[in-house]
Design a protein around this ligand. Sequence first.
Ligand code: ZN
Length: 453
Amino acid sequence: MIRTLIFIFLAALVVLSTVWIANHPGNLSVVWGGGRIDIELPTALGGLFLFMILVGLLYRLWWSIRRAPKAFWNARQLRKRERGYKALTQGMVAVAAGDANEARSQAQKADKLLGEPPLTMLLSAQAAQLNGDEAAAKRYFNSMLKRPETAFLGLRGLLMQAERDGDAVAALSYAARAKTLQPKTPWVLSKMFELQTQQGQWQSALITLDQAIKANEAKIPYGVRQRPTVLLGCSIEAENAGNRAAAMSFAEKAQKEQPKNLPAIVRRLQLMNEEGKERGIQKLIKAVWPHSPHPTLAKLYAACGDQADALMRVKRFEELRELNPDHPESRIALVQSLIDANIWGAARKHLEALGLENPSSRICRLMAELEEGENNDMEKVHQWLVRASTAEPDPSWSCSECGVSNIVWAPLCGHCGALGSLEWGVSEKVAGSLINPKITALPANSGSAAENY
Ligand SMILES: [Zn+2]
């Protein structure tokens, strides 16, 4: 619009000037070298106008000729870059398609055409990996570390290589370096956490977990719910390092975060038991029995007080049962105390109440113990032990990920390595692996409690 107005204005100016000159005729005289030339003013002005146009055109031509080599060079470079980017794209497509030869060919082409290593090094590394040349891929990844813009990608490549090689220590080292570059990247935090837990670096894993929670990485699969498991791992790590106070503190925190967390409860009781805190043990067991009855708690409860006074123990287990009267564990714990006190009739009554049509393995063993103690009937003892071998399995620490049952609890499943997956219940598979005796070992005076925890 503005251009149109300017054009109209200039056209009007030219027309008005022409009209004005036509209305005011005159001559332009040039005296040169003894001669004189008279030119009419409109002709002189027209000639001047044409001369200026000619000069302008000549200048334009000269400028174009002067710039031609540079323009030609620029156009050539642009075409080269376009071909380079095309090769880069085709290389990436080849990597995605798993075409090793094409990927390598396009990587070399892109490298030659673009001449920008940051853009092509990753493709070259991936192409090398596809060709099975891990050493070359490692060289490319290491080269990427030297440039700030590619260092993170290089570390990721090296980390994945280390994991494939089974070198967990190197993988963790690369993950730590990647974390210094990108502290809030979800996969870095996730990988760090995974590697730290796998290597038993629980206190470091706790720091990583808290950073992930703080960064609000809700997509990270572990999250807040795994914190008690990690705290229990910290407790084990602290105890192994000889710091019993820290071990207890971590276990207490774990139970504080999840009051009904059975592994945390047992861990606390185990540490208290090692320090001979009988009153504290009894108090804690009574507090949690209404919602978390467990055979190990019963064993620890039995180990408290005067071991010679079997009748007193029966009385204490009757009190305990009243806290959760309908739960089978309450009755089973009482039955064991009755058998220990040779109170056969009451023991049999409670076992019958638990159901003898399809008893679990544990009930069968108690019946065998009863038949031996009360009647010394070895035939029936044998029958019950045979039934025990084929009966319903007893509850154990079953993995929610792989379904395998572990004899003892540990932060990681002994079969599949899943974190925090062991739950108390009945599983059809039994791995029979002893994962971490430190967390589960019970004191000598607690009998055979270790069989279930
Ligand atoms: Zn598992």
